[in-house]
Design a protein around this ligand. Structure first.
Ligand code: NAD
Length: 367
């Protein structure tokens, strides 16, 4: 079997700091669990612009298309704010997502018990929460035509079009069913079939795809009811699949059930490659945090959890992903806190690398 390949793009600001901790964890899995990766590293964002005059060099794009998974830190910074729109750091990230055709965006909402006080909801509602929102990312109302602001008679009218083809719905549904198979085998599809034709088609196609996954318990919910249920009792869900617009709202809502930005990983998946693995980009939800960059204050957990997602969803290493998540849980339960996690109850302050050291220690203890 060939060694799985991983392209690491640390990017700007705190990106390289948090990624340095991920590199140590990747090395740990190689040395202690025999999990070898063919790791290469390259530039994206402002640092790529500084070197090549473009936020993503064509060679880097080509590499991203070839590897089994891409792991990205963050891009951007105030020194790039005045660049032309076409070469802004964020364009590098957008090019990756577009050319890899990453149509399925995975945003987990996972609440570590030790941080359940960080949520605005009651502790028993969020403690132990572990759900996944799958958002369709490349179609729907953000892309549909016609769109624009037009004049009709003597007033202006703003138009956006919700448009989904069967195949666009089917591929994101399939990706959600595949995920559900690796989790608790429960999938809830959310749309507004009561008032939108695209919602009726969405429900029909998801149901059709579901026939290939008889083990997965499929349910349907109107997206507005879904938002209510997510805040009332989120633990009733495992995987949720929804369109681009509803997914944008519901994934932000679900993410904030769990507290800090420094804890939130994400993945964007595309079509399966020849080896059966989906094209994949893993990245923390946070940005380059220029206000704390270079000070050893960044929380590396979102980026480390993004690697845990890669282990589970690209490399079929669910048990090792769970080992890594349990190590993080342990360190948090022991009271270790980067600055962003320091609540009123206090904790043991640690730097970025201090958090990495502690997670490596907990991994050692798990053997
Ligand atoms: P941000 O996520 O970088 O920071 C928001 C706040 O959260 C800041 O106070 C920051 O210190 C804090 N924070 C973020 N990540 C943290 C971590 N891991 N540990 C501790 N604290 C953390 O968002 P912003 O300030 O709006 O944007 C800063 C730059 O990042 C901008 O150039 C923006 O365009 C870019 N950005 C990039 C991405 C990405 O690469 N995916 C996403 C969002 C923003």
């Amino acid at each position: 079997m060939t060694t799985p390949s991983l392209l690491i793009l640390p990017g700007d600001g705190i990106g390289p700091e948090v990624m340095a901790e991920v590199r140590r964890i990747i090395d740990w899995f190689g040395a202690k669990r025999g999990l070898q990766f063919d790791v290469s590293e390259d530039l994206v964002g402002g640092c790529a612009y500084d070197k090549h005059g473009t936020p993503l060099h064509d060679d880097t794009m080509a590499k991203a298309q070839e590897v089994d998974a891409v792991l990205l830190g963050a891009v951007g910074g105030p020194q790039y704010d005045n660049l032309d729109f076409s070469v802004k750091p964020e364009r590098g990230l957008l090019r990756l997502r577009k050319e890899m055709d990453l149509f399925s965006n995975l945003r987990p909402a996972q609440c570590f018990d030790a941080l359940s006080d960080f949520s605005s909801l009651k502790k028993d509602v969020v403690a132990g929460l572990d759900i996944m929102i799958v958002r369709e990312l490349t179609s729907g109302v953000y892309f549909g035509e016609p769109r624009g602001i037009f004049t009709e008679g003597n007033e202006r009218v703003g138009i956006n079009t919700q448009r989904y083809t069967e195949s666009e719905i089917a591929r994101v549904a399939r990706s959600a069913f595949e995920l559900a198979m690796k989790r608790d085998k429960k999938l809830c599809s959310m749309e507004k079939a009561n008032v939108m034709e695209s919602g009726i088609l969405w429900r029909e196609v998801v149901t059709e795809v579901g026939r290939d996954y008889p083990e997965v318990e499929l349910s349907h919910m109107y997206a507005d009811a879904g938002a209510m249920q997510l805040t009332r009792w989120p633990k009733q869900f495992d995987v949720i699949v929804t369109d681009n617009l509803f997914g944008d709202l519901l994934s932000d809502l679900a993410a904030m059930l769990t507290g800090s930005l420094g804890m939130l990983p994400s993945a964007s998946l595309g079509a399966p490659m020849e080896n059966g693995r989906p094209k994949a980009l893993y990245e923390p939800v946070h940005g380059s945090a220029p206000d704390i960059a270079g000070q050893g204050k960044a929380n590396p957990i979102a980026c480390i959890l993004s690697f845990a997602m890669a282990l589970r969803y690209s490399f079929d290493q669910g048990t090792e992903a769970a080992r890594l998540e349990a190590a993080i849980e342990k360190v948090l339960a022991d009271g270790l806190r980067t600055a962003d996690l320091m609540g009123p109850e206090g904790g043991i302050p640690v730097s970025t690398s201090g958090m990495g050291d502690a997670i490596l220690g907990a991994l050692d203890a798990s053997l």
